[in-house]
Design a binder for this molecule. Sequence first.
Ligand code: ATP
Length: 378
Amino acid sequence: MLQKNKGCHMGEPSADGFAVKLKLEGVEKKYGDFQALRPTHLEVKEGEFVTLLGPSGSGKTTLLSLIAGTNYPSGGSISIDGRPATELPAHKRDVGVIFQNYALFPHLTVAENIAFPLRMRGERQEEVQRKCDNVLSAVGLTSFGNRFPSELSGGQQQRVAFARCVVYEPSVILMDEPLGALDKRLRDSMQDEIRRLHKALGTTVVYITHDQTEALTLSDRICLMKDGEIVQSGAPSDLYFRPNSRFAAEFFGEANLYPYEAEGSGASNVAHVKDLGAVSPQAPEQGTSGWMMIRPQCLQLDPETPHDELRTCRVSDIRQVGFYTQFHLTLDQGGASIILQRLSDVSSLSRWHIGQSVTVGWNWRDVAFFSEERERHA
Ligand SMILES: Nc1ncnc2c1ncn2[C@@H]1O[C@H](COP(=O)(O)OP(=O)(O)OP(=O)(O)O)[C@@H](O)[C@H]1O
């Protein structure tokens, strides 16, 4: 395990006692009249893995480049490890960057690649040797020190890129779509690798991707971006099961969305979901109208256990989606469409067919509500 703590320059503690490695306050970027990044606040804690996720053009790279120092904000301030960094040039910031192509030096061996940033910083030979050996062992490449990058697999090259970055113990590692160019199988194994390295080395990572599955797999926290702002930030399960907008709900895959109208006030609030002919005893957080959302896999088909609500439907389509079977259903009363998904098994192929009458069950604890005001980004 590498020593990450550099003592005197630890960032200020966050509310839960962890050191704040990176802090952005009101950071924005304009290109002429165009606002590429709206004023943004972000705190990243020591050891945290934060992902910037969003569609193309949402401002992810702009935000990362402002942290890296390859671009400067039009307003706001950035601090790294508690020290002001807004005006600092890239090479004076304590950040490491890993790009999509890893950017290893092809003419240097693995050990020389890893030693490079230490030599650039003028470290003594014994120190360089000690730190290189340490980090090579941490990434499981001790016997690969004399190989050239072209003699390594993609996964091993990535480990070298990671090692070259962590060897000088930057406060924060920035990763810009490092798996963007890989096929699915390699991507999956690399995700495991990144997770393992992050856990083993305790590094603080800000990671960019536009792939929601990758973000859900890797992150401690996801910042979902749209039109130059972070529209929701939280744990992967929060974003997936508790989106605060239609945009967030739909960005993470299939979502059943129905409008609701709230009635009552305060704790006695109930939500009428007309399309489902249902009244939720759960009080929507805010707003008198908005949307309720339930993920397809939170619905049960012909449930054998008790559920808060049960409705009869007709099966209009059955589709195979990866390892899942997706059922498209039409509610008997009112005709609303419902998508339900369950892990495929042999019985599901013979048990249900198009045109069949079925029962759908759900529990209100699996339902998210968000009001229309919060939906202004959609
Ligand atoms: N130098 C520039 N001049 C003008 N507009 C720019 C400049 N750089 C970026 N933009 C604009 O800022 C917006 C955000 O771009 P950015 O590259 O941050 O998006 P992104 O989320 O990283 O997209 P992608 O996933 O496609 O890389 C885009 O509309 C882009 O066209």
